[in-house]
Write a protein that binds this ligand. Structure first.
Ligand SMILES: [Zn+2]
Length: 463
């Protein structure tokens, strides 16, 4: 049932720029593709999707996440710490406690949270691969995504060198040789990667950070390796001022400039965060088409600052929206991310800092652009029908003169009446078919209790 007519919407945000950002009327979907837009009459026997009282948007695209962190929320030791000590006290202290069930439950929590906020595509940066595990993290993540029907990109992380702050009181971070890492990526590409413009599955090469996780001589090789496989490159960069301090001290250049010399910029690369950028770095990113996964809420939670996303977008750069891992953003849903982007840039730079339609574009077309999925991200004829229906019947939306802006400007928990991936319904009447939230809650309680108990026995650090 991937053919239907979406009718009665309050309005449509298309994800397109300028005047085309809004549309009105109906959307015809045939065999999972948008075939007509406008004032359309139902054909005999055509399935009707009732969008009355709803704003329809492209399915939202989250371009940077760490699903394993969905069972590491609100860890007390990390609640009031900035990035580096938070990394040490939370993900890097708990990574070895994530067993098969913990990763599955975490993925399910995170994906469900995202789907119920309008997401239809998720890119997950997973960076703990170790012989300690008796399971295959890549396979677990793809299985959980497939089970829920969401598009999924695995950003295969990892490190060839451990970070400097690893102490002897921690289980050492897993590292791989460069050849073992690239061999593992090749295997994941062979098993899971689809290069099609509307792929359901993608693999991206994503060493955890270029600065801290790879030896400098491996950077060019890493970039060439990814391009030789026809896959994209991703990493964390300049999440706070510590990155620039490190590369200036070690290599005499700011991070983006330094990476420019190592073939790490281009329209097949995007970085998470990019909070701390010089004017020159913003220009370099824009000129090369290198993308940003803007994570306003996680950056706020860790006190890292506010990324110059509007400035990059104003230069024609590729900006996408992301939530980042839930251990540093306990509201890891796309509705919160939209509202955070809307409010934080205005708080910092005034009411003209960013327009509502532009934020929706980052969360949709921008995401499709950085992931290299041109078949999705906008509501336009010929695109795949990845759609989200935001129900506007909640009191928080009532009384709005321009109701189409509600999904961005009102914040709070989104009410997704339905969402579709290539015309296939993945949220139905506000629920995810086949997912029992009661069972998921019980599993979360069980997994968190087990992690806490194992952490107490040794392994995780106190504040
Ligand atoms: Zn991250």
């Amino acid at each position: 049932m991937t053919s239907f007519l979406v009718t009665g919407a309050v309005g449509i945000l298309t994800g397109l720029p300028g005047e085309a950002a809004r549309a009105a009327g109906d959307i015809r979907v045939e065999a999972g593709t948008i075939t007509e837009l406008g004032d359309l009459a139902a054909r005999p026997g055509e399935r009707i999707v009732d969008a009355s009282g709803c704003v329809v948007t492209p399915g939202l695209v989250n371009t940077h996440h760490h699903l394993f962190q969905s069972v590491l929320k609100a860890v007390p030791a990390g609640m009031n710490e900035p990035l580096a000590p938070w990394l040490r006290l939370v993900p890097y202290s708990y990574w070895h406690l994530i067993d098969d069930e913990a990763l599955r439950v975490a993925a399910r929590i995170g994906l469900a949270e995202l789907m119920l906020s309008g997401a239809t595509t998720v890119a997950d940066h997973h960076y703990f691969y170790s012989d300690r595990f008796d399971y295959d993290p890549s396979a677990v993540l793809f299985e959980e995504a497939e089970r829920l029907g969401i598009r999924f990109a695995l950003l295969r992380g990892g490190a060839t060198k451990a970070r400097r702050f690893d102490g002897t009181d921690m289980v050492p971070l897993p590292t791989e040789s460069f050849s073992a890492m690239t061999a593992a990526v090749e295997r994941d590409v062979a098993r899971f990667h689809d290069p099609a413009p509307g792929a359901m599955r993608r693999v991206v090469f994503a060493p955890t950070t270029p600065t801290y996780s790879l030896h400098p001589h491996e950077l060019v090789e890493a970039a060439r390796f990814a391009r030789s496989l026809g896959i994209r490159l991703h990493s964390h960069l300049s999440e706070d001022t510590g990155y620039a301090a490190f590369t200036l001290a070690e290599y005499g250049a700011r991070p983006v400039e330094w990476l420019a010399g190592h073939e790490w910029l281009g329209d097949d690369v995007w970085f998470a965060h990019l909070v701390d950028l010089s004017e020159r770095e913003i220009a370099l990113l824009a000129e090369t088409g290198t993308g940003m996964a803007h994570c306003p809420q996680a950056n706020a939670r860790l006190g890292s600052g506010i990324a110059p996303a509007p400035e990059l977008a104003a230069r024609g750069g590729a900006v996408s929206l992301a939530v980042d891992g839930a251990a540093a953003n306990e509201a890891a849903d796309m509705a919160s991310a939209l509202f955070a982007a809307f409010s934080l840039h205005r708080a910092a730079k005034g009411a003209k800092a960013v327009r509502t339609e532009e934020i929706m574009r980052w969360a949709t077309a921008g995401g499709a652009q950085v992931l290299g999925l041109p078949a999705i991200g906008t509501i336009a004829v010929g695109k795949q029908a990845d759609l989200a229906l935001f129900d506007m019947s909640n009191p928080r939306y009532l009384g709005q003169h321009d109701a189409v802006l509600g999904p961005v400007i009102s914040g709070g928990q989104a009410q997704i009446r339905a969402s579709f991936v290539a015309g296939k319904e993945i949220v139905v009447d506000g629920r995810i078919p086949g997912l029992d939230l009661g069972e998921l809650g019980a599993a979360a309680t069980r997994v968190v209790a087990r992690i806490k108990q194992r952490a107490k026995k040794g392994g995780a650090l106190a504040a």
